[in-house]
Design a binder for this molecule. Structure first.
Ligand code: HEC
Length: 125
């Protein structure tokens, strides 16, 4: 009886530990694979813009401040700073967070995908 109980408890603890870890910080390595959905338009190297602006240093940066990129009036007027919370909201549904944005992207529905993606974005300097 006790052996089984202990097994169940340990299993539950391991599960709790992994899921808390993922939500607390996000997994940048997993986030890199999520970023594949962005790569058609965004590069990670500073100064390299594509259809969208470079993602270098995006976390903590003010919106619409990449030099040489032609932002929409909506993005220029958003007044946002790309905190993790604002990125999370924008990447959930870009047109809901910044109505009129030129970023044609449906959004990332899964919270853990966004969490991991933002952890990856934070590694881009
Ligand atoms: C179809 C092309 C396209 C895709 C795919 C795309 N974006 Fe964008 N993104 C844009 C464009 C264009 C803008 C500029 C929007 C504007 O000016 O309104 C933008 C803007 C942004 C901004 C604001 C940048 C700034 O300097 O203020 C962030 C953050 C962003 N994108 C993140 C992402 C992420 C992360 C993904 C993948 C999950 C993604 N985008 C997918 C085209 C795209």
């Amino acid at each position: 009886m006790t052996m089984m109980r202990i097994g169940v408890i340990l299993g539950a603890m391991a599960l709790a530990a992994t899921s808390t870890g993922a939500f607390a910080a996000g997994d940048a390595a997993k986030g890199k694979t999520v970023f594949a959905r962005c790569m058609a338009c965004h590069k990670t190297v500073a100064g390299q813009n594509g259809l969208g602006p470079s993602m270098a240093g995006i976390v903590g940066r003010k919106a619409a401040t990449v030099a040489g990129f032609n932002y929409s009036p909506a993005m220029k007027g958003s007044g946002l700073t790309w905190t993790t919370a604002n990125l999370d909201a924008y990447l959930t549904k870009p047109t809901a967070k910044v109505p009129g944005t030129r970023m044609i992207f449906m959004g990332i529905p899964k919270p853990e995908d966004r969490e991991n993606l933002i952890a990856y974005l934070a590694t881009l300097k």
